[in-house]
Design a protein around this ligand. Sequence first.
Ligand code: URA
Length: 274
Amino acid sequence: MTSQLAENLDPQTLLAWHVAMGVDEAVDETPVDRFSAPAPEAPATKGALSARVSSQSQKPALKPVAAKPVQPVEGAGQAAAEQAAAACNTLEELEAALGAFDGGNLKRQAKNTVFADGVPGAPLMIVGEAPGADEDREGKPFVGVSGQLLDRMLNAAGFDRTENAYISNIVPWRPLGNRTPDQAIITMCLPFIRRHIELAKPKVVLMLGGVPAKALLGSEDGITRLRGKWRELEIGGQKIAALPAYHPAYLLRQPHLKGFAWRDLLSVKEKLAQ
Ligand code: URA
C-alpha cells in the first residue's frame, strides 16, 4: 500500500487491511536489540542536566536481567505422549488425553487445547501448524484470518468443514508470540497427531505449510520443494495419501502463489475421486 493511499484511510480500515494481510506484530524496518541499545540521550542544557541528575538520583538503577527461554519444554515428553496417545481408541478419548497431558509452559500459557474442527471421519483431513490467537481464544483450528482464506479456498473446490473436511494441527497449543513451534514441541506432539490421523481414518491428508509436512513426512525439505507432490504416510499399518501445500497465512503474504494452492486442492479432489 502506498503511503499516500494509507494516509487517505481511516485508522480502523488501515488496521483491518493489515490484519487481513496477516500482519500480527508491529515491527520497525531496522531490528533493534533493546537489551543492549542504551536510550539515546538528547544533548543536555544546563537546566535539563541538573533536572535529569536529580530525577536519576531518585530512581533505583535498573539491573540487566538474563533473557528467559521463550518456551522451555517441561512436559512429560515424547515417550509419555506415545503412551498416552496409544492408549486411546476413539477421537473423544484422544481429545481427553491431550487435555490431561502435561504440555509444559506452552500448554500452561494457552487458553485452550485446540483439538479439531469439522467432520470426524471425513475423507479429507487437513493438518496445519499450530493455533494462533483467534484459535486459542475459540478453541478451534483455523478460525482467524488464515482460516477464513482456507474456508474460501475449500469451498471453491467443493469442500466444507461442516460437511466433508476435518481439520487439526500438529501442535494443539498456541506458540508464544505466534512463533513457529520449536522442534522439541513438535516432536512431543507428533504421537498425538499421528494417532489422531489413525483414528480419524481420512482417505487423504492435506498438510498446510512446512511444519506439518516436515514433521509428518520426516523430511528436511522446505515447503516450496515439497508442495504439490503426493506422498504416503504410514500410520497404524495403513498407507494414507498425503499432499503438502502452502499454508494460507503464507498465501496471504504471497498472493501470487494462490494458483498453486488451487492446483493442489484440485489434485486432492482427483485423488478422492479415485
Ligand atoms: N494456523 C495454523 O496452522 N493453524 C491454525 O489453527 C490457525 C492458523
